[in-house]
Design a protein around this ligand. Structure first.
Ligand SMILES: NC(=O)c1ccc[n+]([C@@H]2O[C@H](COP(=O)([O-])OP(=O)(O)OC[C@H]3O[C@@H](n4cnc5c(N)ncnc54)[C@H](OP(=O)(O)O)[C@@H]3O)[C@@H](O)[C@H]2O)c1
Length: 284
């Protein structure tokens, strides 16, 4: 008894707060939890997707940085990841068209020189779009614009990814929805709201089917985040949105990436069918 007490006292005396993260196993869990995993992040050339790609790479994943037309911006994201010691490569595809989805799927087996042999461990369906304005003034193509990219593409990519993940016995599908997939705090985005509610429903339904195979399916639902998609500072819409947020500001892409990183991690294996709203209290 005396001996054990003496040992405890000694280790307490030796403990220095500044060293608390320095033990190797802890550092490994915190920074490289996704080592050896292949992740695909759609719409990763800018905004939220770029932050997610960088964050998953920081956590050790090899990341496919998908883009539609911004090849140079996607390459800049890839370069930034490589400069920081991570692994990434860029792939372009227009996901508003079924042939674009097919070409992205076809590229997976050859990713990183074919090292992953057709496996895909993490799919982040992030690419999305919005058209602002009253529903009564919306164009005839507005339904297709919202639903092809925000709903059909994530569903088709998830179908292909799920088959790969079930075969491997492990996987993470993460859909980037929106706080507008949970509530309708503002007018002027009706079809966007409809598309994000659909994505939330898909997330829940699919989670029921894949859980038993070690594959989780979740959504992250951002509130207003500082990107090119959202209303810009200085506009009335921006000011209205800031007023609605409990924290009194727009969020940063990295704050969404942190939520995605949790859902992608091995530790999140008991979280599925969840839609995690990260919105500064916007719809609280
Ligand atoms: N920003 C917000 O306030 C906010 C709030 C809630 C939810 N979200 C959701 O978060 C996700 C990302 O939004 P963001 O703000 O980061 O958007 P963003 O800055 O506009 O970036 C959009 C990304 O999607 C890609 N993309 C656009 N059209 C595409 C197409 N036809 N096919 C394939 N990819 C396409 C873009 O690629 P290119 O660069 O090549 O065009 C870009 O990488 C979306 O699903 C959005 O609905 C955003």
């Amino acid at each position: 008894m005396h001996h054990r007490l003496a040992l405890m006292q000694r280790s307490l005396l030796q403990f220095k707060p500044e060293n608390r993260f320095k033990t190797y196993p802890l550092r490994k869990t915190m920074t490289q939890a996704l080592k050896g995993k292949l992740a695909l992040v759609t719409g990763a050339s800018r905004g939220i997707g770029a932050a997610i790609a960088a964050r998953l790479a920081r956590d050790g994943a090899s990341v496919i940085v998908h883009y539609a037309s911004s090849a140079e911006r996607a390459q800049a994201v890839v370069n930034e990841i490589r400069d920081a010691g991570g692994e990434a490569e860029a792939v372009g595809a227009d996901l508003s068209k079924p042939e674009g989805v097919r070409s992205l799927v076809d590229s997976l087996s050859g990713a990183f020189g074919g090292r992953f042999e057709g496996r895909l461990d993490i799919l982040v369906n992030n690419a999305g779009t919005v058209e602002y304005g009253p529903f009564l003034d919306s164009s005839d193509s507005s339904y297709d614009t919202h639903f092809n990219l925000n709903v059909r593409a994530p569903i088709e990519l998830a179908k292909d990814a799920a088959a790969r993940m079930v075969a491997a016995g492990w996987g993470r599908i993460i859909n980037v929805g929106s706080a507008f997939g949970e509530a309708a705090p503002l007018p002027g985005v009706t079809l966007y709201i409809a598309s994000k509610f659909a994505l939330r429903g898909f997330t829940r339904g699919l989670s029921r089917e894949l859980g038993k195979y070690g594959v989780t399916v979740n959504a992250v639902q951002p509130g207003p985040i500082d990107t090119e998609l959202a209303p810009q500072p200085g506009t009335e819409d921006h000011a209205t949105m800031v007023k609605l947020a409990s924290v009194g500001r727009f969020g940063k892409p990295a704050e969404i990436a942190a939520a995605v990183a949790y859902l992608a991690s091995p530790e999140a294996g008991y979280t599925t069918g969840e839609s995690l709203t990260v919105d500064g209290g916007w719809i609280a």
